[in-house]
Design a protein around this ligand. Structure first.
Ligand SMILES: CC(C)(COP(=O)(O)OP(=O)(O)OC[C@H]1O[C@@H](n2cnc3c(N)ncnc32)[C@H](O)[C@@H]1OP(=O)(O)O)[C@@H](O)C(=O)NCCC(=O)NCCS
Length: 168
């Protein structure tokens, strides 16, 4: 379902609109969104991004242009979630505060990564598959593991990528 309040820029590609759940969010020009993706109210996705299947992007997340988000990436906006208040009443949106998260332009996030609330994922960086990102990621860093640690630099690893390898 794509709710009527979703703002879609031109050329956004959602090939299976019946298999996504988008509401109250903004999607930039020519961004591609795979099946079983949920994007919540207030989330902002930039232009020319790729959001792969089974990813959850919650309220408070801002993703800049040209970002790759792998399969099953989970964003988080509440570090101490609770179903009930102290008086046993059900929690509502008024009972907790969204912690914002930002992904800078041209970053890539590997499949099954978890991005904890309040971090900034740096420009052009690469988050390894399965990482749990609990701190800010510097621009162009490669991070991996639980919790994610810096293991390299995208600029020095360019030769490993067949798409950028000379003669590749
Ligand atoms: C992190 C990644 C970019 C590799 O970076 P790299 O700098 O080339 O690292 P290397 O492959 O040389 O590995 C370096 C070390 O990190 C480890 N490592 C690599 N990827 C890892 C990951 N995702 N999580 C934990 N450790 C990882 C390696 O085992 C190696 O450990 P060692 O030094 O103890 O032997 C890559 O493994 C990855 O996870 N890419 C994301 C892929 C993805 O999710 N794509 C989505 C679309 S399909």
């Amino acid at each position: 379902m794509i709710a009527p309040d979703v703002v879609l820029a031109p050329d956004v590609a959602i090939h299976q609109p019946e298999l996504v759940n988008l509401y109250g969010c903004t999607i930039g020009k020519a961004t591609r969104i795979g099946p079983f993706v949920e994007i919540q109210r207030g989330a902002r996705i930039g232009a020319y991004c790729k959001i792969s299947s089974h990813t959850f992007i919650c309220s408070g997340v801002e993703i800049e242009d040209g970002v790759f988000v792998g399969h099953g990436v989970m964003f988080i906006n509440d570090l101490y979630p609770q179903a009930l208040n102290q008086d046993d009443s059900l929690q509502t949106e008024a009972d907790w505060k969204v912690i914002p998260t930002r992904v800078r332009k041209r970053a890539s996030i590997g499949s099954n990564a978890t991005i904890l609330a309040g971090v900034t994922i740096g420009e052009g960086c690469l988050v390894g598959a399965g990482a749990v990102v609990s701190k800010d990621v510097p621009d162009y860093a490669i991070v991996a593991g639980v919790p994610a640690k810096i293991i390299g630099d995208v600029r020095r690893a360019q030769g490993k990528n067949p798409a950028t390898r000379e003669g590749g």
